[in-house]
Design a binder for this molecule. Sequence first.
Ligand SMILES: C[S@@+](CC[C@H](N)C(=O)[O-])C[C@H]1O[C@@H](n2cnc3c(N)ncnc32)[C@H](O)[C@@H]1O
Length: 273
Amino acid sequence: MTGVQLSHPVFAILSALIEERLGIHYGMEDRELLADKLAPRAAERGFDSLLDYYYFLRYDERAESELTHLAEALVVNETYFFREAPALELTAGSYIPELVRQGVRPRVWCAACATGEEPLTLAMLLDAAEVLDAVTLVASDISRRALSRAQEGVYLRRSLRALPAYAAGRWFTPIENGMRIERRLTDAIEWHRINLIDAGAIATLGDFDIVLCRNVLIYFSDTTVQRVLDSLTNALRPNGRLIVGTSESLLRFESPLVCEERGGAFFYRKVQP
Ligand SMILES: C[S@@+](CC[C@H](N)C(=O)[O-])C[C@H]1O[C@@H](n2cnc3c(N)ncnc32)[C@H](O)[C@@H]1O
C-alpha cells in the first residue's frame, strides 16, 4: 500500500481516533503525510484498505496493542542534549538545590523524554551541582522504542550537536560513531511508558516539584493541550513549576499557573490554593 489515497471521510475518522487515543493532531493539510505513515503499518498487519484498518483500531480487542505500535510510526522523537538549556540550568543549578537545602527530596518528571537526552542533561547538571543523589528523576514517553534507546545510553552525532566539551569529557566515553553516556546517569532515572492523554496513568506517578513537558504540546490540538495541562497541573505540588518548550505558550489555557521569567527562561508556577 504505497502512495495510498486517504479519502476525506476515512481521514476524518482515522485522524479523530488518533487524536483521541494518542493526542497527535492532523489537520486536512496533513492528509497525505498521515496516509504515508499509516499505510506501511496497515499493510504489515494485512489490511488492504485504511478503512478496514480503522475498524480494527476502533473495535478489535487487539486495538490497544496495535495503537502502541502505531504510535511508533507517528511520533517525532527529535531531541538533543542541552536543548533549550537555560531552563534546565536554572532548574538544576538553582531551584532543585534550594529545595534540597530546605530538606525536601525534589521530584522531577520529564514528561515526553524521547530518547532520553533531556532528562540525562538534567542528570548531568544535577551531578555537577552535587545533588543528583538527592533528587528523584522520572522520565516518560509514549514510545517504547525511544525509551529502550534511552536505556541503552548510546548516542550518535545528531544528539550530541550542542553538547559542551566539558560534559563530553566528564560523562561520556567515545565509541565508534558516537558516545556512550555514563551508566550511573541512566540508572539515576526511573523510565516509564506514559501516554500523556491517559490522566489515570499520570496520576500513578505521584506529585512533582518540576514537570518538563517540552516540544510535544505543539503536536496536539488546543482541546488536547487543555486536557493534558489539567493532568500535569494536578501532578504539580503547590509552588511546583511546569516547563514547556520555548516555542510553546500556555497563556491562552485555563490553569492555576502563573508564568514567570528568569534569565530568559519561562516557568509556569502553580499558585498555592
Ligand atoms: C520532539 S520530542 C521532544 C523531546 C524532548 N522533550 C525535547 O524537548 O527535546 C516529542 C516526544 O513526545 C512524545 N509524544 C508524542 N505524543 C505523546 C503522548 N501522547 N504521550 C507521551 N509522549 C508523547 C514523542 O514520542 C516524542 O518522543
